[in-house]
Design a protein around this ligand. Structure first.
Ligand code: 13P
Length: 246
């Protein structure tokens, strides 16, 4: 059993609509109960729902985040985008940056670095995603890829106290496959070894579910989980938190 302060981040990706708000009553109740122990819940719905989630979570401790942002801190002619000031303005406290689903569409480490800087300037906490692809893993490049993503992604950012890292191996996302416990322990240790002074929190993401959480929770250098599919089902999300603390 752990008593650690852990973060449970729900990444809803491009799912959810106004009727999804009804499913949150249960999680709000849970967040106010003793069962939550040392856990902090954070929801990252699509931008269209952030404002409604903020209203819904008004009287509880559940955090809210965006799933991406434009790199500019200023308003401008960027059709289809929102920046971090806008996210903050509608109630977000966090933003996910560098998710592999966006890296796959061409976001590179330099762009991610600009996005992280603009998020910090807007006083949002950043959930900075890193992770290797299956072919990089097969070529034994995991550590060099992670080093590069961290180095360029956090270039010229001195104060890292509002940055969480989320290690999400691309091959583990949505596949039902998770890394071997010992590999994951070592990779998280490697990520933390890249920092001097205050070590950022490191979350794990990729196929986290109520079945595998019993193994994942034993990896004692992980500070929380970034959960995709299973987080859209309130019962599963709550179950993951409860099992982490049981
Ligand atoms: P799944 O939990 O659906 O594998 O997604 C993980 C993820 O991408 C969270 O950001």
């Amino acid at each position: 059993m752990t008593n650690k302060y852990m973060y449970f981040v729900a990444n809803w990706k491009m799912y959810g609509n106004l009727s999804s708000l009804n499913t949150l009553d249960k999680v709000i109740k849970f967040s106010k109960s003793k069962e939550i122990k040392g856990g902090r819940l954070i929801y990252c719905p699509p931008d269209t729902l952030i404002s409604s989630f903020a209203t819904k979570f008004e009287n509880c401790q559940i955090g809210i985040g965006g799933q991406n942002c434009h790199e500019s801190k200023d308003y401008g002619a960027h059709t289809g985008y929102v920046n971090c000031r806008m996210l903050k303005n509608i109630g977000a406290h966090f933003v996910i940056i560098g998710h592999s689903e966006n890296r796959e569409k061409g976001e590179n480490d330099k762009l991610i670095n600009l996005k992280i800087k603009s998020a910090l300037e807007a006083k949002l906490k950043v959930i900075f995603c890193i992770g290797e692809t299956l072919s990089e893993k097969r070529k034994k490049k995991t550590y060099s890829i992670l080093s590069k993503q961290i180095k360029i992604g956090l270039n010229n950012i001195k104060n890292k106290s509002n940055i969480f890292l989320a290690y999400e191996p691309v091959w583990a996302i949505g596949s039902g496959i998770i890394p071997k416990s010992n590999d994951l322990l070592k990779t998280v240790e490697f990520i933390k070894s890249k920092f001097i002074g205050k070590i950022p929190k490191v979350l794990y993401g990729g196929s986290v579910n109520p079945q595998n959480i019993n193994n994942l929770k034993k990896i004692n250098n992980i500070d929380g989980f970034l959960i995709g599919g299973a987080s859209q089902n309130t019962n599963k999300f709550i179950d993951i938190v409860k099992k982490t603390y049981s």
